[in-house]
Design a protein around this ligand. Structure first.
Ligand SMILES: [Zn+2]
Length: 255
């Protein structure tokens, strides 16, 4: 069994979402929302497919125009049984820092909501390692279930985040270069702290670069991790699946 812990399966990205989902067989997908509109699509997919769970939230790049009403609705939607987490939420300074305080405000508000409802926190963090770490530390997230999706920072930061109990999502980037930062993170960090993801439709692994990514490629990520760590693919799948079940508090038995 394998779990793609982070993918976006929106109608606007795929001609036939149902077909893409069928490629996963009985394997599990955790579909991620980023704004009020596509959060609804996530909820709909969770209702239609037994092997799909969802996380919903407000992405740092899409905060414009959000209101308190949206936040209230998010709180209600988070109570749905198959909505297992809040996210992706976080900080993204890649395109500038002029709305830094707005990003921090929504990030903290959503962390506090996750803590109130005991939901998993799914973090997007880009070019903002220090601020992300400080906010998590200030909020004492060691008592929560936290995932940092598409982990992209150093080995040193990975050690600091995992010490807080954060799980690191590893995706297609690990296949891009034989010795990139993420490969070093995968080598150094224990498998007990790693999760598989695709971030579909983005970040397609080698050798399918140039094509749209899809959840079934999560197996390629597992193969790459097995190669880097020198352990069997079965061991990678079993460990990462168990980690995901625990970190998202999923009601399934790992086999
Ligand atoms: Zn994503």
């Amino acid at each position: 069994m394998m779990i793609d812990t982070h993918c976006h399966l929106l109608r606007e990205d795929y001609e036939n979402v149902d077909e893409i989902i069928s490629h996963m067989g009985n394997n599990i997908m955790i579909v991620c929302g980023t704004n009020p509109k596509n959060n609804l699509e996530v909820i709909e997919l969770c209702e239609r497919y037994p092997n799909i769970y969802g996380t919903i939230g407000f992405y740092p790049g899409e905060l414009e125009g959000l209101t308190e009403k949206d936040f209230k609705l998010l709180e209600e939607q988070l109570q749905l049984p198959k909505i297992v987490g809040i996210g992706e939420i976080g900080l993204d300074y890649h395109y500038g820092q002029d709305n830094k305080s707005e990003q921090k405000k929504w990030f903290e508000k959503q962390i506090e909501l996750a803590q109130k409802l005991d939901k998993t926190i799914v973090i997007h963090s880009r070019d903002a390692a220090e601020d992300t770490y400080e906010i998590l530390k200030q909020h004492h997230i060691e008592n929560n279930r936290v995932v940092m999706h598409c982990y992209s920072y150093s080995v040193e930061m990975a050690k600091k985040f995992t010490a807080l109990g954060v799980m690191l999502g590893v995706g297609g980037v690990v296949t891009f270069h034989p010795d990139n930062t993420l490969s070093r993170v995968v080598k150094e960090i224990d498998i007990d702290h790693l999760l598989l993801e695709t971030d579909s439709p983005y970040l397609t692994p080698k050798p399918y670069r140039g094509h749209k990514n899809e959840p079934k490629n999560v197996e390629i990520v597992a193969e790459k991790i097995s190669e880097i760590k020198g352990i069997s693919k079965e061991k990678v799948l079993f460990s990462t699946t168990s980690n995901a079940v625990r970190q998202f508090d999923l009601d399934i038995k790992v086999c």
